[in-house]
Design a protein around this ligand. Sequence first.
Ligand SMILES: [Ca+2]
Ligand SMILES: [Ca+2]
Length: 298
Amino acid sequence: MKAQKLFFSTLALLFVLLLVACNLPENSPTLNPLRTTPTRTVNPAPTSSTPLETSRPEGTPPGKMEPTLAPGVNETYIEGILQHSTVIVDADQDWILHKPEIDNPILYPVDFGDIHSMKVGVDERYLYIKLEVNGTVPGKGLSFPVFNGDHLMSFGTNLGFDIDNNSMTGCLSDGGTEIMTGYGIKYENGNIHTNWLSYMTDPTGTETPEDARYKNRIFDQENQYGGEGQNYFILTFPLSVLHLTRGQEITLDAWVEVSSQRYDHASFDMLCPQSLVDPSHPLFCPIKIKLGQETVIR
Ligand SMILES: [Ca+2]
Ligand SMILES: [Ca+2]
């Protein structure tokens, strides 16, 4: 009887410990994986098990990857908005090693994998992002180059929004982000195609596997310019879907990564203005901005 009681007490204790462990991440300073062994979201490709999509108009087929055009918005209009935007300046040729112990141990100096700057602008309806890199992104007759006999396979940027400015909430591996979005292309079967043009919301608290990090994956973007064959790309997002408003302060976390036949991160560059560089944490560069503010962050 005593042994049975001890057994059930132990079981109850284990259950409580399990519950505590499952609810730990938000406030425990020891759990921020960015400080130890970060594993960034790798250019997320669509999966067959597409989760709930909240913003999809009724009747739109699931898994659709084509961007839809926002009424009244074109590239000239967006460039006008971006002339009065927040500009974040990144150093040139400042690639960093991602996780050399398990990934590429040397740097591939990929020019289109080197961020030059990012502009963030808003109007009343949309958020506009323009990211410029220091080389021409493959596509339209340009193939992926080879470094050290290692064929590059994809290019992608990930742009995380920490909308509560708290790196301990949201997806911890991506810097405490509540929304992750980006653009990417991939070389496959002799062709280059768009691999990543969507946004993901509602972090689950699960860090591994990567495709379980966010609950909702929304494929449509309102429009997209640049990309293949260009040295920039522009992304447009409806503010309402991202739960953002003009004037709101948010923290950005962005990087560009290039994969190869051998490595997930053959080349890697964090968006990080010189004033925010922390050499002891090269993969951690939260950038606080106010949506709609005209300023330059260097
Ligand atoms: Ca750079
Ligand atoms: Ca957060």
